[in-house]
Design a protein around this ligand. Structure first.
Ligand code: SF4
Length: 92
């Protein structure tokens, strides 16, 4: 079974509020690398060129915390989703 197939089995209970906050000013002004786009295993980050801002689809977060560590400028604030929300792993 491929990783993508395993991940597709996971279930998500999504809060209305995101548990991930991006400081757009820091992201725009200081971060050239945009590591979050590359490192997120769920491919949840994208840069909206039109609005000049980083976007994260927090509902699909796998709660690995990688984006928080990978941001060289500390633009990402990441906490676990509130109790009862977030990912429910179904395969390991
Ligand atoms: Fe992606 Fe992991 Fe960050 Fe969630 S915690 S947005 S899965 S890198």
């Amino acid at each position: 079974m491929k990783v993508e197939e395993k991940l597709a089995l996971d279930a998500f209970k999504t809060d209305k509020e995101s548990h991930i906050t991006i400081n757009q000013e820091i992201c725009r002004a200081k971060c050239k690398e945009k590591n979050c786009i590359v490192v997120c295993p769920g491919h949840l980050y994208s840069y909206n060129e039109e609005n000049n801002e980083m976007v994260v689809e927090f509902a699909g977060c796998l709660e690995c915390g990688t984006c928080k560590i990978a941001c060289p400028e500390g633009a990402i604030t990441w906490v676990y989703p509130k109790g009862d929300f977030g990912v429910q792993y179904r395969y390991g």
